[in-house]
Design a protein around this ligand. Structure first.
Ligand SMILES: [Zn+2]
Length: 683
């Protein structure tokens, strides 16, 4: 299921591919607080702290053939899959379940996805209703009608359509329209002319051709159609915002009425489009990228109807290939996993179907998941930690030397009002409107996508539901939502190595403490700082303070842009700025919180030869251990707003005076040493 997350600032990139570890949930065996065996102490901590912390682990943990990386995240996601498998298999094997109940839906969704015999027999036949729609197209008006029909199943041929809070009036929910239509991971892929990107474009063209051939087209026609798709997508990509433009909340705020839309893009019949997607009453929409909609409009005028039919066929097959017979699944894997990420072979089917079930029936599985695996004591401990982190950031803001008193008042009010969600939602979603049947796997996926589309769009014009979550409880991640001014930590991430009930405080502050600080800092990064305490896009900064913030941020951009992660592939310091600010702020605020928690206590004895302050940094470093394939790394540098793992450690610690205090042997002359003047202080 292709999903995009817009407006949520996450802890790490959400990804489905995980590392191959054995189940570690031996109830007697405790997860080690920190494993010194993972370190490479032949590396000096002042030369490369990441490798000093993780060197032995990196050497001893190669990437399995069916993964594109191996990391702490991957290991925990893999452990979670085994936990979730118990829930799903219980549901899948349950007798006498009530028809239409959540348990029945979980079981049916999973069993139908695992029934490869039926899936092979069906081929693409169950998509007939969609193909018939395309075949019946005779005019541009028909192209738009069929596009709208597809959109209701979240096959998004032209753009994404969903609801979110109005950024300038956060108590109201409006429709949002976001650029789409391209099959490569980012618009830049269509234009960058380095060898690896050129090769990807060549292989994409071959992939397109093969997919059309699988739809029983003659090779020459398939090749012609592939070229048509490439040409149309390149046109759309050209008008698309870059990932840096997409991070600008002012530039992407363009609320228009239907009349405004008709003026912006008169060759699209908007009233008819919204009626066809089931929402005839939509009166206003935020258009994230007006240039994109303008180009789409002019293509409606210039591109022949036959080409649009080809385009819709590609959109349909590209969004469903992973759920069809083996020939489609394999070809889809060959391009999207092998070529783009370097993954050698596919994961076992049960894992893929499990992920899909867990996405499609997210909170229904989440409810069972937290009951079985999330102890109440974890929720309490986490809530206490968050409160300590809040106190710490408050103190940091009060003591900032670059910020004036007026801006500080607003910043403190924002921090004070910042909401916190831990573990799982207080109110669970209702899946009674979701139809799941034994008939067809691909139709179950499409029905689930249609259900999600309506769930999102039904919120337009209704009051904001404060209990709602943007991630499922079983997700190994966390986020800050600027429109709600809240930080959210699903139960899935509240496990070792991020959160370890058996570990000493230094370890937890360095891991989950840093994650909490990271999400809190997102409220004050280059994007988050443009929103106020109520989640409204409003400038609450004095001119001088804005300027001072930008000057420190510019230092960070300069530093990160110098990190070469592969041959002549550098981190994009601008694109990753918000995440890098959150990492630096997160580690700093977590460290300060840890120090505050020690007040009035006796000094803590070293463990394994490391002081508690050293263990804070070692724990932080260990969380980000990661072996990643070059192809995947190249893709991430182009698309992910998070810096690569190694940079998330080395980019941060050498900016922190606390780090030099914890490791007093680090001296000028060490490879990554920075003088006080070279270290930005933001939060
Ligand atoms: Zn983040």
């Amino acid at each position: 299921m292709k999903k995009i997350i817009i407006g949520m600032l996450t802890f790490a990139l959400l990804h489905g591919c995980t590392s191959n570890v054995k189940k570690t949930a031996d109830p007697v065996k405790k997860y080690p607080a920190f494993d010194v065996q993972n370190m490479d102490t032949t590396v000096k901590p002042g030369d490369d702290f990441y490798t000093y912390t993780n060197g032995a682990w990196l050497k001893n943990n190669p990437i399995p053939a069916d993964k594109n990386s191996r990391s702490s995240f991957d290991e925990l996601i893999e452990k979670n899959r085994h936990d979730i498998r118990e829930i799903i298999e219980e549901a899948a094997g349950a007798k006498d379940v009530q028809v239409g109940s959540d348990t029945a839906k979980i079981g049916t969704f999973y069993n139908t996805g695992m029934d490869t015999v039926s899936i092979e027999q069906q081929g693409v036949s169950l998509l007939k209703i969609f193909f018939d729609k395309i075949d019946s197209i005779q005019s541009i008006a028909d192209v738009q009608s069929v596009g709208a029909f597809f959109q209701t199943y979240q096959i998004n041929p032209f753009f994404f359509l969903f609801s979110n809070q109005d950024s300038k009036n956060s108590t109201s929910v409006i429709a949002q329209c976001y650029q789409g239509g391209i099959g490569l991971p980012d618009r830049d892929y269509y234009f960058i002319n380095d060898e690896s990107t050129k090769k990807i474009r060549e292989k994409y063209l071959i992939h397109l051709t093969k997919m059309f051939e699988l739809l029983k087209e003659e090779p020459s026609l398939a090749e012609k159609n592939a070229k048509t798709i490439m040409k149309m997508e390149t046109q759309l990509a050209k008008a698309s915002f870059t990932n840096i433009e997409n991070q600008d909340p002012q530039k992407t705020y363009n609320k228009v009425t239907i009349e405004g839309l008709n003026k912006l893009a008169p060759y699209i019949n908007w009233q008819s489009y919204f009626t066809k997607v089931g929402y005839p009453g939509l009166s206003e929409v935020n258009i994230y990228q007006p240039s994109f909609i303008k180009e789409l409009n002019s293509m409606m005028k210039t591109v022949p109807v036959e080409d649009w039919k080809t385009f819709l066929r590609w959109q349909l097959i590209n969004s469903t290939a992973a759920y069809l017979s083996k020939d489609f699944v394999d070809q889809n894997f060959d391009f999207y996993n092998k070529t783009l990420s370097g993954q050698e072979k596919m994961e076992p089917r049960w894992k893929l179907i499990l992920d899909l079930t867990s996405n499609s029936l997210g909170e229904s599985i989440g409810r069972l998941y937290v009951k079985k695996y999330f102890p109440p004591v974890a929720k309490q401990k986490m809530t206490d930690l968050v409160m300590n982190l809040k106190k710490s950031l408050k103190q940091r803001i009060e003591n900032l030397t670059w910020m004036g008193p007026q801006t500080k008042l607003e910043a403190l009010a924002k921090l004070d009002k910042m909401g916190v969600k831990v573990g799982y939602p207080d109110k669970w979603r209702d899946y009674s409107g979701l139809a799941i049947s034994h008939q067809s796997h691909v139709l179950n996926v499409l029905n689930s996508q249609a259900f999600e589309f309506r769930y999102s769009m039904d919120k337009v014009g209704k009051p904001v539901d404060p209990t709602e979550w943007g991630m499922t409880p079983q997700t190994v991640n966390a986020y800050y939502n600027p429109n709600r001014n809240e930080i959210v930590f699903p139960a899935g991430i509240l496990q070792p190595p991020f959160f370890n009930l058996d570990a000493d405080d230094a370890i937890n502050y360095g891991a989950i403490g840093m994650a909490i600080g990271h999400e809190m800092t997102h409220g004050f990064d280059n994007m988050g700082r443009q929103f106020d305490k109520d989640g409204n896009l409003r400038d609450w900064w004095t001119k001088e303070d804005s300027k001072a913030f930008d000057a420190h941020a510019a230092m960070l951009i300069g530093q990160y842009s110098k990190y070469e992660v592969l041959d002549s592939t550098f981190v994009n310091g601008k694109h990753t700025l918000g995440e890098n600010i959150a990492d630096l702020g997160g580690a700093t605020v977590a460290y300060n919180a840890y120090k505050l928690s020690l007040e009035g206590h006796e000094a803590i004895k070293p463990i394994d030869g490391f002081t508690n302050f050293q263990r804070f940094f070692l724990s932080y470093g260990q969380v980000w251990k990661n072996n990643m394939r070059d192809e995947e790394l190249r893709k991430r540098v182009k698309t992910d707003e998070h810096s690569p793992s190694k940079v998330r450690i080395n980019g941060v610690v050498y900016n922190m005076p606390e780090f030099y205090a914890a490791f007093p042997d680090i001296k000028q002359g060490d490879k990554l040493f920075r003088t006080a003047e070279q270290r930005p202080v933001i939060w």
